[in-house]
Design a protein around this ligand. Structure first.
Ligand code: FAD
Length: 432
């Protein structure tokens, strides 16, 4: 049986490993102590509970995500409202509303004042068409028209999907997401999140699956260099020693862009990044939201720093995307501002109000959360192929046609597997 050496145990590497395990001997090398990369859970000492490095929201229009979870028997570890509903609260106007998409492709929800964005006009929806037709140089803000739809839905949607300010982010890339989601109707837009943590959904089941196939997962093993000879990779230099490759062996490099460009001479990749900040607050009681937030377990905020609030049992987790703009704000300043926003947005819908005094809190800034999804950086994304016949690339930063997301990472793993000539469900998923 040929061996495939996978460098990087993030979701791209795990996706490739899971796909290959029944077909080849998988050797996976992960530099860190655990797998999961930028989508993982850990026990936080200050909060004394398990949290994710960052809240992750997924949409039902993510075929690779749901196929991966189904293969691992882990779909039940996600939770969501079961319908395309998005509760919002505007901090400037102190009012909340819920966008309720209609399930089919015909957007009946736009005709109902109770379901659409308050204050929007139908004319504003032409922004979606402009996004889907945008060329490679256009930025998102050039496609949005002034108005309630842009301010209360499209702009916050764009910033969180692209993790890049709209006046810099690629309209064509966002257009691809719109084509797969909003343009397909509500059934493609049901929100999902990990019920008990990203590792429990995406990592632990993958490791159990790999074990069944006797795949080897070498955590704490950094690959420092690859040796290339006559158009092939012939050896890996790892922190645990050299691994010589057999004539049939191949390699999937599923590491972040800066690592890949250092391991593969001549490779270009994105070199600008955006951060994401996540604030976690541990409450001394279980949170009991009322109404639609009880069903959705999240709420989108506009007009402040906080963008998405995820309501767990006794933890509130808040996402701030495109967070390079807040780099000079101290942890305390960020946490206190976010807490004051939570008091305004959540107290009206909680059975027991939040305490005025901020509880134990933690701010995690992922400095290189994603590549900056600008037109220029998007053009720098390579495909899975390399000049070396037995080496393929994977990772959310490769040219997946999507912004840096779980779906893109999982898809890239399948693409790398197919490129190396193995069976990959990618063809089937693409067709669906
Ligand atoms: C805070 C945050 C919030 C996010 N929110 C969302 C969201 O809401 N929805 C969504 O879909 N996506 C979201 N994302 C994006 C998503 O997490 C990523 O797109 C995805 O996890 C990337 O997976 P990857 O495997 O491509 O890369 P990574 O997760 O970076 O994996 C690369 C792995 O390679 C390892 N590695 C590096 N160098 C070496 C080496 N030399 N040898 C061996 N191993 C090495 C690393 O340790 C890492 O485990 C978010 C990301 C962050 C950080």
């Amino acid at each position: 049986m040929s061996r495939v050496h996978i460098i990087g145990g993030g979701l791209a590497g795990l996706s490739a490993a899971v796909e290959l395990a029944p077909q080849a001997q998988v050797e996976l090398y992960e530099a860190g102590p655990v797998c999961g990369g930028r989508a993982r859970s850990f026990h936080d000492k200050a909060l004394d509970t398990v949290i994710d490095n960052g809240n992750h929201l997924m949409l039902s229009a993510n075929p690779c995500t749901f196929r991966y979870l189904d293969l691992l028997g882990a779909r039940h570890t996600l939770q969501g409202p079961g319908e395309p509903i998005f509760p919002w609260f505007d901090l400037n106007e102190q009012r909340g509303w819920t966008v309720r998409l209609s399930p089919g492709k015909i957007p009946f929800w736009l005709l109902s004042k109770r379901r659409r964005v308050p204050g929007m006009t139908l004319k504003e929806t032409t922004a979606l068409v402009r996004l889907m037709r945008a060329d490679d140089d256009t930025v998102v803000s050039d496609c949005l028209a002034e108005g309630a739809l842009a301010r209360r839905l499209l702009e916050p949607f764009a910033v969180s999907v692209m993790n890049t300010p709209s006046n810099e982010s690629s309209a064509a890339l966002l257009g691809n997401v719109v084509r797969r989601t909003l343009a397909q109707g509500g059934q493609a837009c049901c929100p999902w999140m990990a019920a008990h943590g990203l590792s429990e959904s995406f990592v632990t089941p993958a490791l159990a699956y790999l074990e069944q196939y006797h795949a080897s997962v070498h955590t704490g093993t950094r690959v420092a260099a690859l040796r290339y000879e006559r158009g092939r990779v012939v050896a890996l230099e790892t922190s645990s020693g050299e691994v010589a490759l057999g004539a049939e062996d191949s390699v999937i490099m599923a590491v972040p862009a800066p690592v890949a460009t250092s391991l593969l001479p001549g490779l270009d990749g994105p070199d600008q990044f955006e951060s994401i900040a996540n604030a976690h607050f541990r409450l001394p009681f279980h949170l009991k939201p009322r109404g639609v937030v009880a069903q959705a377990r999240f709420v989108g905020l506009i007009g402040g720093i906080a963008e998405w609030v995820f309501v767990h049992d006794d933890v509130l987790s808040v996402t701030v995307s495109a967070a390079n703009r807040y780099a000079d704000r101290s942890q305390t300043e960020m946490l206190e501002t976010i807490w004051s926003e939570l008091l305004q947005a959540l107290n009206p819908i909680l059975e027991e109000p939040l305490p005025q005094l901020m509880p134990t809190a933690r701010l995690i800034r992922e400095k290189r959360a994603t590549f900056a999804a600008t037109p220029e950086q998007n053009r720098r994304r390579p495909g899975a192929a390399t000049p070396y016949i037995n080496l393929a690339l994977a990772g959310d930063w490769t040219d997946t046609g999507l912004p840096a997301t779980i779906e893109g990472a999982l898809q890239s793993g399948l693409d790398a597997v197919a490129l190396l000539g193995f069976r990959s469900e990618r063809t089937r998923v693409k067709a669906a």
